[in-house]
Design a protein around this ligand. Sequence first.
Ligand code: FE
Length: 350
Amino acid sequence: MFSKFTTLLSAATLGLAGLTSLAQAQDATLNIYSARHYPTDEALYGNFTKSTGIKINRVDADDAGILARLKAEGAASPADVILLVDAARLAKGDSDGLFAPIKSAVLQAAIPPQYQARPNAQGEVAWFGFSTRARVVVYDKLRVKKEDVDTYEELGDPKNKGRLCIRSGSHPYNLSLFGAVMVHLGEKATEDWLKGMVANMARSPKGGDTDQIRAVASGECGVALTNTYYLARLMRSAKPEDQALMEKVGVVFPNQNSWGTHLNIAGAAVARNAKNTAAAVKFLEYLASPSAQEHFANGNNEWPVAKGVSLSNPALQTLGGSFKSETIPISEVGANQVKVQQMLDRVGFR
Ligand code: FE
């Protein structure tokens, strides 16, 4: 209300020229709601401001918190850009109408179609993925044979009874993995698999991915799932206890002989009620540039997605080198999320 008032006032007192310069001044700040919990992103934002003069005002929350806030704020939301760290949440934001689909020749050329939302009838795209992370298996090298845990399916096999540690089934990283498995295996087999995993649990789901890695290293569990960047972080850590941890666990990129390892994305969208749409699109296009891709992905030990951008990250190289990843459109994964949640409730996967 206040800004509308000042705009009117300026228009009246300064004439059209005054209005234009005021509008430009307002354009100079971009409001970003971000679920990226990585301090290395600071340089990324700083470089954008340096090269465009557009300041960034960031609000940090997790994916669910950001979507809830956007919904509550409605048309009054100051958000221009939304950064989320999961495909299912990006799909949810889209289906809830919280994003403004955009047309950008730069983005559509730079980002492979597999990592974009499906275009609408007007050819506009609601969100773009900017980096990928793989969801991999870690296992106790002393107790567990690699051959017994080198597919996702085997995590639900009775031979792994009492071994599995996992974070909550309802966490976006797991919801997206389970949604992907449903694309590959179908509904019936996926629910049986989830039931098998519940039967194999060494303890009730709790903690984050790093807690699962620690629990494998301590011997509490034989096998667990984690996103790759948590492993890379431990590998690059200077702390002796982190090094010792990584000595104890083996890492497998699952399903190399079938559909490939599940990839999730971190991505971005323009907010439905963005006041600075042009600057927001400019920021997304910046994220697809080679230097930003390097920060965006390498800063958090992820893989960049833009065509022609490759990255040398020794930790990622040691972890995966080149591996086979699944090739399904990431938008399909999000579409399964409601069904997956119902399955989790049915099989008692907390
Ligand atoms: Fe994370």
